[in-house]
Design a protein around this ligand. Sequence first.
Ligand SMILES: [Zn+2]
Length: 315
Amino acid sequence: MSHFFPLWEEVSPLFRIKDMDKRFRFNKKYYLCSNCKRVFHSHEDLLFVEDNVARGFCTEACIEQFFRPQVKLYEAIEVEIREKLSIKEEITLKFLESPQYLEKLLKSPKEIWAIENDFNEKIYSLIAPFKDKSGKIFYLASLCLFYQGKPSFIFLVTATSYLPFLDEFRIGERVNLRENESLLKAPEYLKDTDIANLVEHKKSFLLSEILRTRSNRDIPIFDFPNYEQFLKNTVEGPDEVYAFKDDLGDKFITYIKSYQEEKNIFYYFVICLTVSSASKSVKEQIVPVIYFPSKDGKIYQMFTRGNLIMGSLKS
Ligand SMILES: [Zn+2]
């Protein structure tokens, strides 16, 4: 088949599996990852980090790679301004080492500013004041992108107690926090259709990660359905359970159990997403995103990430 479509070689394995029986036609909608140019049929297979810019990415790694030059640009500007103000080695910078300040800045900034270029690309600036142990005030400031009311990609974060430097972060126009309260709070509860979309999205992402990592000698993908009988047992009596957050802050729970069937020894993985639900009776839902068997140590390593919440670490 592949000699008919040289493009097959270039498209992602993910795409190949989903669209194995489909052929390329001109009269179809195509979406390319803005970074690596992998081809998709649905925009739902792509990740977005901006609201009004039609720029989608196939993986978090592609997002990172695409924006890296812009990260470098802002970093260089910071160095230049700090040099000019003679505050290159500010002691306040040590507060960047404690993640709680950044978390607070992203969740409840005191000021939000935004500047938009002629291509509708909008950069946000967040500012929040903090007090150190002696009661001295310092600030954290960040330049980032927003998607659906939340910071989605961070270009730069810094700490300073020098007001002229802080002033440099008051970019473009100030965003009225009261008018934009939903900006940071949305969307708290998800409708069922949203959950389905989110799960699909996460599934594509995890699947592409798994395909990139697994060895060719691992259990073939077409064989996965034959292992689905292990799903229930794995969730009900796992050997290990891990909780982790992805780069977008969504919470996952991984159930792992090892099995031995005659000479066939393998792990079964069930990766679930924790979502807030619109229903009043159930606040949080745990939805299976992807479940599969594997004999591959690299896959085991990949999913024993995050916090171990049950079970023992294998030596
Ligand atoms: Zn890509």
